[in-house]
Ligand binder design. Structure first.
Ligand SMILES: [Zn+2]
Ligand SMILES: [Zn+2]
Length: 485
């Protein structure tokens, strides 16, 4: 692969020291000649004037040399922000994500900056691009393409110097290109000149928060599911003996959610689990029960009832339908579908559907669904439902930003709780959600008096995930957040 980056001329031509020497020598000869002439005349006053003239001539000579040198290197008075020419390059390997068809024309305007990590003006561009990327998430695609890594980018985008910034409209049409360093102010005013409004839209989404629950949760602790905070139906209660005491769960499904979050060695874990016999309302070891596994005709969600006695299970099957399975088979079904971000088990009927590179996965909550973009590094499409009305919300991401939202008014609820140390943390996956608009969100919050948190833009929800470090993402997949404390 051939890549000729011309030396930045500001680093100095080889002729410069010679030129300086020649000028100094010339001035010195001239000065000596004047001195000799004046000495012959023996005029001491003139001699003094001559000395001053010589000094002035010398200073002028030095200034001339510097000016000549600057002229020689073109306009490099601002060398640090100058563009650098690029010689002929071969296309070579350019990854798909660097190609225009994957960066522009995806419904958002785009700013593509092409340069190299080693070039000074390119380095000066880097923090500006970072700022624009963060501040305009969801409104502008900002991407730096590194010629050091992929020289062929120069050919694909037909650029002659670096850095070059190319402006594209939302349909992918090139609007403008600029060569050399380009300030943030100039970039923003350039977009303005093209009539692209980068300040509007999502930024002005209404703010709303509720940091104190509308009602104190005074339900007895025993009646609340450890996982979902829902009411426990005594007929489907599951208990788990843990090192930190017994944990009570509303259903086998909430048990499997907890199980999928545990980071400890889970060999023989089922010995700690008891389920409630649907027929006798009595606890019994989970592994020895049989289960009537049916699908709710309205929601399509599985319903799971445990039985100690096969005859009783058959009788129930006669009225509610379904299949009789054992603990192992139930476990296999329950653990099959996972959140693509945090790895918790989900019922697909409850989850957000996530498509990444043609592969489908789920988000156990809407925020986790966005986290799939962070975990995989891929552009994703999320299909989620308004928690109040069930209306569909589609979120597409592009290079870590939200591409146009359907509907554009959609917002996210970030369920938060105050931690014992006084700081605010996530209230967990059961307390998050998307809504088609802020009004629906407010109504839902009113209907759920225990919820605390705030309205955030879907851009923000995505940015929160994209800003996680790989270590944090790794931890989120086995965060242990749901393990008994
Ligand atoms: Zn539950
Ligand atoms: Zn999740």
């Amino acid at each position: 692969m051939e890549m000729l980056l011309q030396q930045c001329p500001c680093s100095g031509g080889k002729g410069s020291p010679l030129l300086l020497l020649a000028v100094v020598a010339g001035v010195w000869l001239l000065a000596s000649w004047i001195k000799r002439v004046l000495k012959k005349k023996g005029d001491t006053l003139m001699n003094k004037i001559a000395k001053v003239v010589i000094v002035v001539v010398l200073i002028a000579a030095v200034i001339i040399v510097i000016a000549v040198k600057r002229n020689q290197s073109g306009k490099d008075a601002d060398a640090a922000t100058d563009a650098i020419s690029i010689g002929p390059v071969a296309v070579g390997q350019v990854p798909a994500e660097y190609k225009p068809e994957n960066l522009v024309g995806k419904g958002l305007p785009a700013l593509i900056d092409i340069g190299a990590g080693t070039c000074i003006p390119c380095k000066l561009m880097a923090p500006i691009l970072e700022e624009l990327k963060k501040e305009l998430a969801g409104r502008l695609v900002v991407q730096f393409l590194d010629l050091n890594k992929y020289p062929g980018v120069a050919k694909i985008y037909d650029i002659r110097v670096m850095p070059t910034q190319i402006f594209y409209d939302a349909s992918g049409k090139e609007l403008f290109r600029h060569e050399a360093f380009y300030s943030k102010e100039d970039i923003l005013s350039q977009w303005k000149d093209f009539g692209v409004d980068l300040a509007g839209g999502q930024l002005q989404s209404p703010t709303f928060e509720r940091l104190v629950p509308a009602k104190i949760d005074d339900r007895p602790k025993d009646a609340i599911c450890y996982m979902c905070d829902g009411d426990i139906n005594p007929k489907t209660l599951v208990t788990v003996q843990t090192d930190k005491g017994p944990v009570r769960l509303c259903s086998p499904h909430c048990y499997f959610i907890m199980y999928s979050c545990l980071t400890e060695d889970k060999a023989g874990f089922e010995k700690r689990v008891s389920v409630t016999d649907w027929a006798a309302d009595k606890l019994m070891p989970a592994a020895s029960a049989i289960y009537l596994y049916a699908l709710d005709s309205g929601t399509g969600r599985p319903t799971v009832k445990a039985f100690a006695d096969t005859e009783k299970a058959r009788a129930e099957q006669g009225t509610s339908g379904g299949n009789i399975i054992d603990w192992k088979m139930l476990q296999g079904k329950e653990l099959a579908a996972r959140c693509g971000f945090c790895d918790r088990v989900v019922y697909p009927e409850d989850a957000a559907v996530v498509r990444a590179a043609g592969v489908y996965t789920w988000g156990c909550c809407s925020h986790c669904a966005l986290g799939v973009a962070a975990r995989t590094g891929l552009d994703i499409e999320v299909n989620e439902h308004d928690r109040l009305t069930g209306e569909e919300i589609v979120v597409k991401t592009l290079n870590g930003s939200v591409a146009p939202l359907e509907p554009a008014t959609a917002v996210a609820w970030f369920g938060q709780r105050m931690k014992p140390d006084g700081t605010w943390g996530s209230a967990g996956c059961f307390h998050q959600g998307f809504f088609v608009n802020a009004e629906n969100l407010k109504k839902w919050v009113e209907q759920n008096p225990y919820e605390t948190g705030r309205l955030i833009s879907i851009n923000q929800a995505l940015a929160d995930k994209m800003n996680l470090s790989p270590q944090q993402i790794q931890k989120a997949c086995k965060i242990g957040e749901c393990a008994p404390k």
